[in-house]
Design a protein around this ligand. Sequence first.
Ligand code: ATP
Ligand code: MG
Length: 412
Amino acid sequence: MSAGAEAKLAPMPWMKAPGTRRVIKALDGESGAPRFVGGCVRDALAGRAIKDIDIATPLMPEEVVRRLEEANIKVIPTGIAHGTVTAIASGEVFEITTLRVDLETDGRFAKVGFTDNWEADAARRDLTINAMSLDASGKLYDPFGGREDLNAGRIRFVGNAKQRIEEDYLRLLRLFRFYAWYGLEPLDEATLHIAQSLAPGLKRLSGERVRDELLRLLGAPDPVPALRLMMRFEILGVILPEIFDSAAFERFLLLEPEMAASPDTLIRLAGLLAEKPNGLGQRLRLSGEQREKLHKVFTLSEGLAADLSDLAFRRALQHNDAALVMAGLLRAWAHGDPPPKAERESWLTIAKTWEVKDLPVGGKDLLALGHEPGPEIGRYLAALEEWWLSGDRQAGRAQCLKILKHLVASGA
Ligand code: ATP
Ligand code: MG
């Protein structure tokens, strides 16, 4: 299909859902019908599941709010200054944005103005595959040949790559994120060189924006081709100076299916790092939980790389989530020299079949034996745990108490 052409699609179920119908009806009017835009149009055409439904309208934001409220639809003025409100209708969520044009850009934020011109709104979007719109009857508006690009797996900017990146450096990362998810054709060489020369501009972006793009890229079924390019063109190191070489990461992803868990973006991030992620959590504004996970995988990996004995492995499993221990082990293998498959399997089987089981005795038992409270309690219990783990946690309470008494008596 040539650029600018319009096509008719059979309306899809999500377009006919009760909530969708209500919102579309409320926004319909003399200034023109609302349209679906962005990710939902792209994913519908690609035959992929729709994530969120974005709708654009030439109506001014206040008018959007007024009409939705009149139709008894709940409205949250999420980003009304930029023209975006969230509507909740029949349990479904919609982001509704007034058509916009960029008035001023500085590489990070844009000062936007409202317009009733659909082409102008499409022209400010980043990639051709993201610049299509679709009305409720199924008519597709595709001013930049996005459908053809999507079918070919061709990821390219709307307009001039250099200019589009300089307006907002996040687009440089989005190029690779969408390449990871939708790319089939190689990225254009000239665009890659432009991206390389503009990469230092990524340092100006906020940690939150970089984090969101990076994690979404890592969530792609196979992020390796995109990451490989980002390394070759000296882009990944700008946002991730802790990076290891891509070969280690590729080994990590090759081993990943052996964990038999669904890909976890943070675990993948941990697999990518060569250095302890000290400043990274702060820089990318990771949550406390995310930082802890990253640190755990990293620390487990370093520990298991240094000592992969049966006891060390069981100790790690006793004190950590098995998925993190497996991830740590995978990282250790990937960054070193992975053992043969049979050996890997035997380790992973231990982790996969590991059941949570507490040491059958505790500090209270030591106190009951007449022991004074103090730091030795922890030492005795740790020694007991080592013994218990080396016996495959078979010993019960009576046996553990006996050993505990023994340890105390000998002052071990
Ligand atoms: P996903 O399904 O992963 O959310 P998406 O296409 O909806 O993908 P969003 O980041 O939610 O991606 O953005 C919605 C739409 O807004 C995009 O499809 C694109 O048209 C436009 N857009 C988002 N970010 C930018 C940007 N930095 N520059 C230009 N256009 C953008
Ligand atoms: Mg989206």
